[in-house]
Design a protein around this ligand. Structure first.
Ligand SMILES: [Zn+2]
Length: 301
């Protein structure tokens, strides 16, 4: 059996933030259930942001509770942009919190109305909250958005990205997520940044999060995995985007990533037919056209 790569589903969070059609909590949980049945080991089920910022997540508590009640062998995670969100997630006893800040000052200001340094400081508060939480040991990931460039600011300093990763590790992150929020990355850049971060935060696991704006998504996943990254974010059907990153395309598609990894000899524990069923569900429920090439090819076969 090949080495394991953890492919995490982020469609319920990343994919939904731009979709106009509001998906009711029970339908979100149905999607979640189909991903669990397909064998997805971790799902970012929602985002604890103010409902007025992203109305799609007004039901965050209900969805998180429902996901925890689903059972099955998967980790229910949620994204939080600040300590307020972390308090809500910890109150529910979620096993995993993905905190995210932007390496781009301008993106961070647009997204959470504070500087990147202020967001780094808030991560220290979240670690303290987690450590004193009755919920026990919730795993805490430190995510760096716009790590490869930004639609608002343009270039993002690679040195700064590596510094932020090292700082989050030092403050107590259990994992570092490096995200190409807008889909600007190319494989050489992936090699430089991931190499430096893997070295700076070792032995912490580092996860890769790519969007496919320029069609480089799979090539970037391939490069990250080649460097030793063993956790990759993806969204059913290739959904995704960012409300503060105009023009950004969806995440790499879960079925495309799984197809490639299996071809490379890795094991994911994910059943491709199961993911196709989840993609069909999204297509029908959300009225969006999946961008996954594997989905399209398998439909024709
Ligand atoms: Zn994203």
């Amino acid at each position: 059996m090949g080495e394991r790569v953890f492919v995490r589903e982020v469609g319920l969070r990343d994919g939904l933030q731009l979709v106009k059609r509001m998906l009711p909590a029970d339908r979100k949980l149905e999607w979640c259930r189909s991903a669990v049945e397909a064998g997805v080991p971790e799902i970012e089920v929602t985002s604890f942001v103010p409902a007025k910022v992203v109305p799609q997540f007004a039901d965050a508590e209900e969805v998180a509770k429902g996901a925890l009640a689903l059972g099955g062998n998967f980790t229910a995670a949620a994204l939080v942009p600040n300590s307020k969100g972390a308090e809500r997630a910890l109150a529910l006893g979620l096993p995993k919190i993905n905190y995210v800040l932007s390496a781009s000052e301008e993106h961070n200001l647009a997204n959470v109305r504070r500087t990147t340094d202020e967001s780094i400081k808030d991560f220290a508060n979240i670690v303290a909250l987690r450590n004193s939480s009755a919920a026990g040991r919730t795993r805490l990931a430190g995510g760096i958005a716009t790590a490869f460039g930004c639609t608002i600011q343009g270039v993002v300093s690679e040195k700064r990205v590596v510094e932020i990763a090292a700082r989050l590790a030092e403050l107590g992150a259990d994992e570092i997520i490096v995200a190409d929020t807008v889909g600007y990355a190319h494989p050489n850049q992936v090699r430089r940044i991931f190499k430096a971060i893997l070295r700076a935060v070792a032995p912490l696991p580092v996860a890769a999060h790519f969007h496919d704006t320029y069609g480089m998504g799979l090539a970037n996943v391939r490069e990250a995995v080649r460097l030793g990254v063993r956790t990759v974010d993806a969204a059913t059907g290739g959904l995704g985007g960012c409300p503060f990153a105009p023009g950004a395309a969806g995440n790499v598609a879960t079925e495309d990533v799984v197809y490639m990894l299996h071809g490379l000899g890795f094991e994911t524990g994910i059943d491709l037919d199961g993911i196709r069923a989840a993609t069909r569900f999204c297509r029908d429920e959300l009225g969006v056209v999946p961008t996954s090439r594997v989905f399209a090819a398998m439909a024709k076969a």
